[in-house]
Design a protein around this ligand. Structure first.
Ligand code: SF4
Ligand code: SF4
Length: 426
């Protein structure tokens, strides 16, 4: 990393020593997990570059945007509508929560039995190692699970710019009305932050930009239906993770470029793994950067991942926002309609998610499903049991995994996953 970056990080208030340590661990993990893969599409070079510059060039770009008068909004959840942020002349970035950091400090503020994702969000703040968090002019929290909504009360004491959005927990008319009211309130808050009123033109352009990103990811996902799968699950997950950080237009172009290459691979029957490799779907909690533990174990145990039913995956990207509206009001309605379909486990009841898992298993020709639940995540761990039962009724094997971000259980997970893959082959 250049000296310019070090100065940039220092000016952002990062703890340079701790940050060096984080980048060192990340760099090694990336090398071992990503760069060691065989038969990668050439287009993945773009994502390798993005990851190598994730705290460098991309942060510089964001700071340049800020210097030019744009605002940066950081978010932890896929319920925060990027369309509204873009339309008000701001940039949305996902905030990392995929690695343990400063755990001792975190556990002074949060109970030990809090999920790794929430602890990680706190660790990055307390350890002063996240340049995205420190660049953000507004940090958006959301009242989703109990852990998050209580944790934001404490996070609000650590940052000066937290905005908390309420979210419905039921898919009723009242639930939709709450989401609509919250999105209008959020729109007003972002407009106040940027000093720019959202217009029909700016909202339409933003909807088109975000839809284009989603369409590119849909294209990538559809190509994973092929056998042999033209791209590994690890690489596809990376594209889904970069979705939250990259410049939207550049991301769309890069994913479409990879898809051109993958289409040729499908034609030539060239895969990331040989044909008839057991195919698995992952379903459950989001896998934020750099949480690559489970896919790495799966894909080094003889299976390929062909889809992610996850917020860093198809739950987050699957529906488009209707582009037919011509007024701010009608487009806001379309945004509410689109996000109200997200079937997060915080909703009760949540039958859409089960239907989506079954549909994905069929569409991607999965031989089995691995349900990924983070330890202490009640919504997803609770749903895992009915999901497993429903899949078994349809003769789709399911393995329930409960884990965290540490590597302590890696050996045990590998043994269970290998046995599951053997069962599927049998
Ligand atoms: S799992 Fe639920 S709370 Fe978490 S990012 Fe997805 S929608 Fe938000
Ligand atoms: S929904 Fe689960 S994984 Fe997500 S923040 Fe809440 S407890 Fe953690």
């Amino acid at each position: 990393m250049s000296e310019d970056y070090r100065l940039m990080w220092k000016n952002l208030g990062l703890n340079l020593e701790a940050h060096d340590m984080l980048l060192g661990v990340l760099g090694n993990a990336y090398k071992d997990i990503y760069l060691s893969q065989k038969e990668r599409p050439e287009g993945m070079a773009y994502f390798d570059f993005v990851m190598s510059e994730v705290h460098g060039l991309r942060i510089k770009e964001l700071l340049d945007e800020k210097a030019a008068g744009r605002k940066i909004v950081g978010a932890y959840c896929v319920f925060v509508p990027e369309e509204i942020v873009l339309a008000a002349n701001a940039t949305l970035v996902g905030l990392c929560s995929g690695a343990d950091f400063a755990i001792e400090e975190v556990e002074k503020l949060l109970p030990r039995n809090t999920c790794a994702l929430i602890k990680s969000a706190f660790g990055f703040k307390l350890g002063k190692v996240c340049p995205y968090l420190e660049s953000a002019d507004m940090i958006v929290g959301e009242n989703t699970c109990d852990g998050k909504k209580k944790a934001y009360e404490t996070l609000g004491q650590l940052v000066s710019n937290l905005y908390v959005m309420d979210l419905p927990q039921v898919k009723t008319q009242n639930g939709r009305a709450l989401l609509k009211a919250e999105y209008f309130q959020f729109k007003a808050a972002v407009e106040k932050l940027t000093g720019k009123a959202i217009t029909a033109d700016s909202l339409k352009a933003a909807i088109q930009t975000v839809n284009a990103k989603r369409k590119a990811i849909h294209r990538l996902s559809a190509l994973r239906q092929a056998d042999p799968a033209p791209i590994s699950g690890l690489d596809a997950l990376l594209a889904n993770q970069v979705f939250f950080y990259d410049n939207p237009a550049r991301f769309t172009a890069s994913v479409n470029k990879i898809c051109d290459e993958l289409e040729k691979r499908v034609e030539e029957k060239k895969g990331a793994f040989p044909a008839r490799t057991p195919r698995l779907l992952i379903s459950g909690c989001p896998q934020a950067v750099p949480n690559w533990k489970l896919p790495f174990i799966i894909e080094t145990s003889g299976a390929v991942i062909v889809g992610e039913e996850s917020c860093v995956g198809e739950r987050g990207t699957r529906n488009l926002t209707a582009e037919t509206g011509n007024t701010v009001e009608t487009m806001m309605e379309a945004i509410v309609d689109r996000y109200f379909q997200v079937d997060c486990a915080i909703f009760t009841p949540n039958p859409d998610r089960l239907a989506h898992i079954e549909q994905m298993a069929a569409q991607y020709k999965a031989d089995g499903v691995i349900h990924y639940g983070l330890q202490f995540c009640q919504p997803y761990l609770m749903e895992a049991i009915p999901v497993e039962k429903a899949l078994e009724k349809k003769n789709i094997p399911c393995l329930r995994i409960e884990t965290d971000y540490s590597m302590e259980d890696a050996g045990q997970l590998k043994t269970r996953i290998e046995a599951f893959i053997e069962q599927i082959k049998g």
